[in-house]
Design a protein around this ligand. Structure first.
Ligand code: CMP
Length: 136
């Protein structure tokens, strides 16, 4: 049965013109778009989204970066959408991400790793509610 996940094309992906590359790979994998929006995040939304990293030394940098310009937030749906999209995205460290994954093909820096995908169905629910409240 269908599962949903939240994907962000981060500001580096938008400024580099890689939105189509990310969305195209999700679509070609067989996931469906349920919601999609270009927006620049308020700091408070970014801090809530990344709340689990609040005590990390890179938290300030992470929030600065994710609020630095427009990003694309989208909800993708399909069988095991969380795991399927994380496979497409690749490991958090883009140098370790396998070639063929989005980060493996298009990124080099952990802080500017192009895409975010929810890490579990529970995180997906929380993140979808944050970005698209009221989505049915
Ligand atoms: P993301 O999947 O969006 O979830 C948390 C983000 O924190 C992660 O991608 C990275 O972009 C970022 N991150 C993780 N580790 C570091 C680090 N050591 N330095 C800077 N950013 C990091």
């Amino acid at each position: 049965s269908a599962e949903r996940t939240l994907i962000l094309v981060k500001p580096d992906g938008v400024s580099r013109g890689l939105v189509g590359e990310v969305v195209g790979r999700l679509e070609r994998k067989g996931l469906s778009l349920v919601a999609l929006e270009l927006r620049t995040l308020e700091r408070s939304v970014a801090e809530t989204h990344y709340g689990e990293h609040a005590s990390k030394p890179f938290f300030g940098e992470l929030v600065d970066f994710i609020t630095s310009g427009p990003l694309v937030a989208l909800v993708a749906e399909g069988p095991r959408a969380v795991e399927a999209s994380r496979g497409l995205i690749g490991a958090t460290d883009p140098v370790k991400a396998v070639p063929g994954s989005l980060r493996g093909d298009f990124a080099t820096e952990i802080g500017q790793n192009l895409v975010h995908g929810s890490d579990s169905p529970e995180s997906a629910k929380r993140e979808i509610d944050l970005f698209f409240p009221g989505l049915s």
